[in-house]
Design a protein. Sequence first.
Length: 313
Amino acid sequence: MSQLNGLHHVTAIAGDAQENLDFYAGVLGLRLVKKSVNQDAPDTYHLFYADAEGRPGTDLTFFPWPDMGPGRSGTGLANEVSLAVPPESLGWWADRLARYDIKVDPLETRFAERVLPLTDPHGLRLALVETGDPRDFVPWDRSSVPVERQIRGLHGLRLDERDLARTAGFLTDALGFAPGPVENGWHRYGIAGGGSGRFVDIREARNSERGAWGFGRVHHLAWRVADEAAQLAVRERVADAGRRPTEIIDRFWFKSVYFTEPGGVLFELATEGPGFAVDESPDALGERLVLPPWLESSRAAIEAALPPLGVPA
């Protein structure tokens, strides 16, 4: 039934744009593959970080909205993003993060994988997870992180929900997820065979307050579909489940459909292509402000509203 191929990207809300760039490109060594704007609010950046080619499944993106204030963790949000790193690399990463005074928690084991939880400069909860699972990943030779230590892409997410059964039922019945192991109250649901980049962990938290958007919080998570035909097929099942998906929205680098799952987390269906190289040379991704064609006529006003953004420190 399922035509989902795993995670496409995760989009979070950041504070200051330069601080965001300094951390994700400078400290974590990800490549800024697209410097654009939020197409629905073009007075703010949309920054895309990924592997060398910007492959779907490696992409962590941000809306820098410093005036929004900090968000609040709680139900109805994805409250942690995990990133895949190679086996036996967490010691190196712990030392590197300590050098930059990044807040890290003690190493732990989750579902038989070693995990280093941390918090980014604006409060977003992250986790570096050692995995040997196969990944579609292209190393970036200009990264500040050696190739053998580089982040391989999105690993998974953790969601808190008021009603586990409602969300789980939607994932399995409408989206084709399969239930997996349970550990310490966390229930794993996988897509396309599970593994790195193809799962979410869900915890029921009936008495917790609802989370709220703000910097340091995930805005939405996107699931990958091969093309528009697959997207339409999944959209139909989402609509049949009563989740009221949007029509297909052209984001230029991919096409999108948005909806909320029963617990309130914002999901997206995003096509594999055409990809980030459709309007930039692969060697120059992320080096200039790129706008979709329908915003080019407003470039002067958009550029005037955006804060300057330099190379990562």
